[in-house]
Design a protein around this ligand. Structure first.
Ligand SMILES: [Fe+2]
Ligand SMILES: [Fe+2]
Length: 232
């Protein structure tokens, strides 16, 4: 949200957003195939929230929750997180702990548990509208709206992104799948809002630079960073 005044609240809010982006990036760099996922979910979630006509402060909170939604994956072992193939039932049980792990990590931050309750959005981003999700089997409007929005953005990002054990889906096919799952997996009102902006958002996503490059290659032997090589 653009800051209209340089108030203490505004500064704190900007810091919160920046930390959320940083923590989201910390998860994304764990995997070179999904390295823009948290950022993508944050951006898609804000587009959907705005399409639903929500107040800008609420859209911003949902955007921040998008950055943080998979933070709990930091507690999932790499051999499960990066497995080349479908997970076993036992591995899924472990993977399904990540929303609660994310909530536990965020819980000490009062700004995330009060107000828009961003931590609750993180906890509930794998709930399904029909009650078949996890961790608590919440249904319908018992699921925080932000979590219902992130669920759509998360699924879109997963379907259009790279995965180890299947090809990525074209944008249109992914949109059709979201539409097919309205009322079961996804909130129909959220899906309707997404469909209103899907074409526009799809064009923006298609135009994005391919950013999945492992941050910085290791320096060549003997390389000295510029600042270190300057005379004292
Ligand atoms: Fe952001
Ligand atoms: Fe997740």
């Amino acid at each position: 949200m653009p800051c209209l005044r340089h108030t203490p609240w505004c500064a704190a809010h900007l810091t919160l957003h920046q930390f959320a982006e940083s923590l989201g990036a910390a998860i994304d760099v764990k995997d070179d195939l999904t390295c823009t996922h948290s950022q993508e979910v944050a951006v898609l979630s804000r587009h959907i929230a705005r399409a639903m006509g929500l107040a800008e402060s609420r859209c911003e909170a949902i955007h921040i929750a998008g950055h943080l939604h998979d933070l709990g994956k930091i507690g999932i072992p790499d051999h499960i997180l990066k497995k080349d193939g479908p997970l076993s039932n036992e591995e899924w049980q472990i993977m399904r702990q990540h929303p609660a792990m994310g909530y536990s990590i965020l819980k000490p931050v009062q700004a995330l548990t009060e107000g828009e309750r961003i931590a609750d959005m993180v906890l509930s981003h794998h709930e399904r509208f029909d009650g078949g999700g996890y961790p608590n089997g919440l249904a319908g409007e018992a699921i925080p709206l932000g979590a219902r929005i992130i669920a759509v953005a998360d699924a879109m990002s997963a379907m259009i992104g790279h995965r180890r054990y299947r090809q990525e889906d074209p944008w249109e096919e992914a949109v059709a799948e979201i539409n097919r799952c309205r009322g079961s997996h996804f909130d129909p009102a959220v899906v309707a809002a997404f469909l209103r902006v899907a074409e526009d958002v799809g064009n923006k996503i298609a135009a994005r630079p391919v950013a999945c490059q492992k941050a910085t290659p290791p320096p060549a032997p003997g390389f000295q960073p510029l600042a270190d090589s300057l005379p004292a």
